[in-house]
Ligand binder design. Structure first.
Ligand code: OGA
Ligand code: NI
Length: 342
C-alpha cells in the first residue's frame, strides 16, 4: 500500500514523485489574469426571463473555455459541506482503517488508491483518491466505505442532487445548441456515475510535482466541488494554464470527450490538471456522468451538414473507454482513434 496520507508528513519530495524538468508545472505557463465564467443558476428554478440568458452563458462558456462554475445551483449547501466533511474524515482515518479499502486493481468498483493508473514512466502523482461508482445508488451502495459512519448516507443523498443538477444543465445545453431538450437524457447520460474523491496532501516542493496529469475527462460531463480554499485545479486556455478559483460550495463544470464529440466540436472538452501546494491538504470531489456502455456516440445529426461535416466517427462508449486507456488519457492520442481526417 502506497498512500501519501499515511499520517506522516514528508519533509522532502521522494525521487519517484519528481518529474523531469519539461513536465513540471512551469510558472511562466500559468496565467492568473483569466478567470472562468461564474454562472448564477438562480436557485435552479429555471423558468421565465432568466432562462435564455443562462442558456447563452453556458453555451458561450462551453465554446470558449469548456469549463465554468455554477453558484446558486439548487444543491443544498449543507449537503455539499457534509460530503466534503465525510470525505476529509475518510482520508484522515488511521492507515489500518484505510488499508481495508486500498487496492491497485482498477476493476474494483470502490477502492482507495494513490497517483494514477496513467503514470507511464513510473513517476508518481502527488494524489491519493477514492474512486467509486455511486449511481444507481441502490446497486452500488453496499460497496461503498462503511467508515466514516455517515459516509454512505451522505453520499447517497449527495449524488442524487448532483445528478439532478447535471440533468438540468444538460437540458439547458441541449436547448442552447438547438437540440431537443432531452437529447442527452437516455443513453448519453444514463450510464453509471463515477466519483473521484481526490486528496492532495501538502507537498514540500510543488515546483517538482503534479497532483494529476493533464487530461480530458472520458465521460459526458463532470461536476466538481473543491473542498478547500487552496488552489490546485488548472484548465488549459490559449496554450496556458488558468487556475480555477475555489468558490465555496460552487460546482466546477467541465465537458468530457463525449460532449465534444456529440456536439461535433462546438463545445470543448478541455485539458486540465492539478498542481500541489505546500500549506494545506486539498480535497476535490468529481462526479462524472457517463453514457451507457453500449450507447452509440456520434456527432448529432442536426449539428452536421455539407458545410460542417462530421469530425468524428461513431463508436460505442465501451470502444471509447478502451481507446482512452490505450492512449493513457492523452487528449490527442485518444482523439486519434475517432477523428475523421479532413
Ligand atoms: C478529475 C479531476 C481535478 C481536481 O478527477 O478528473 O480532474 O481538482 N480532478 O482534483
Ligand atoms: Ni478530470
Amino acid at each position: 500500500m502506497e498512500l501519501l496520507s499515511s499520517g506522516v508528513a514528508l519533509q522532502t519530495v521522494p525521487e519517484k514523485y519528481i518529474f523531469p524538468a519539461h513536465k513540471r508545472p512551469a510558472k511562466e505557463l500559468v496565467d492568473s489574469s483569466v478567470a472562468l465564467p461564474v454562472i448564477d443558476l438562480r436557485g435552479g428554478r429555471l423558468q421565465g426571463d432568466g432562462r435564455d440568458e443562462i442558456v447563452r452563458e453556458i453555451v458561450d462558456a462551453g465554446k470558449q473555455f469548456g469549463f465554468f462554475q455554477v453558484v446558486n445551483h439548487g444543491v443544498p449547501e449543507q449537503l455539499i459541506e457534509h460530503m466534503v466533511g465525510v470525505s476529509e474524515e475518510l482520508f484522515n482515518m488511521p492507515v489500518e482503517e484505510k488499508a481495508k479499502y486500498y487496492s491497485d486493481d482498477p476493476s474494483i468498483i470502490c477502492r482507495l488508491g494513490s497517483s494514477t493508473p496513467y503514470d507511464q514512466n513510473g513517476i508518481r502523482y502527488w494524489r491519493d483518491y477514492l474512486k467509486l461508482v455511486c449511481y444507481p445508488v441502490e446497486e452500488f451502495m453496499h460497496l461503498w466505505p462503511q467508515k466514516p459512519d455517515k459516509f454512505r448516507e451522505v453520499l447517497a443523498k449527495y449524488i442524487v442532487e448532483v445528478r439532478e443538477l447535471a440533468d438540468k444543465l444538460l437540458r439547458l445545453i441541449a436547448e442552447g445548441l438547438g437540440l431537443e431538450q432531452d437529447y442527452f437524457s437516455g443513453g448519453f447520460s444514463g450510464g453509471q456515475t463515477q466519483m473521484n474523491v481526490n486528496y492532495y496532501p501538502p507537498c514540500p516542493d510543488p515546483s517538482l510535482t503534479l497532483g494529476l496529469l493533464p487530461h480530458c475527462d472520458r465521460h459526458l460531463i463532470t461536476l466538481l466541488v473543491q473542498g478547500t480554499a487552496a488552489r490546485g485545479l488548472q484548465a488549459k486556455f490559449e496554450g496556458k494554464w488558468i487556475p480555477v478559483e475555489p468558490i465555496r460550495n460552487a460546482f466546477v463544470v467541465n465537458f468530457g470527450h463525449q460532449l465534444e464529440i456529440i456536439t461535433n466540436g462546438v463545445l470543448r472538452s478541455v485539458e486540465h490538471r492539478a498542481v500541489t501546494n505546500t500549506s494545506v491538504a486539498r480535497l476535490s470531489i468529481a462526479s462524472l456522468i457517463m453514457p451507457k456502455t453500449d450507447c452509440l456516440i456520434a456527432p448529432a445529426k442536426s449539428l452536421i451538414n455539407e458545410h460542417n461535416p462530421p469530425k468524428y466517427k461513431s463508436f460505442t462508449f465501451e470502444e471509447f473507454l478502451s481507446a482512452y486507456n490505450a492512449a493513457a488519457a492523452n487528449r490527442e492520442g485518444v482523439l486519434e482513434y475517432f477523428k475523421i481526417e479532413e
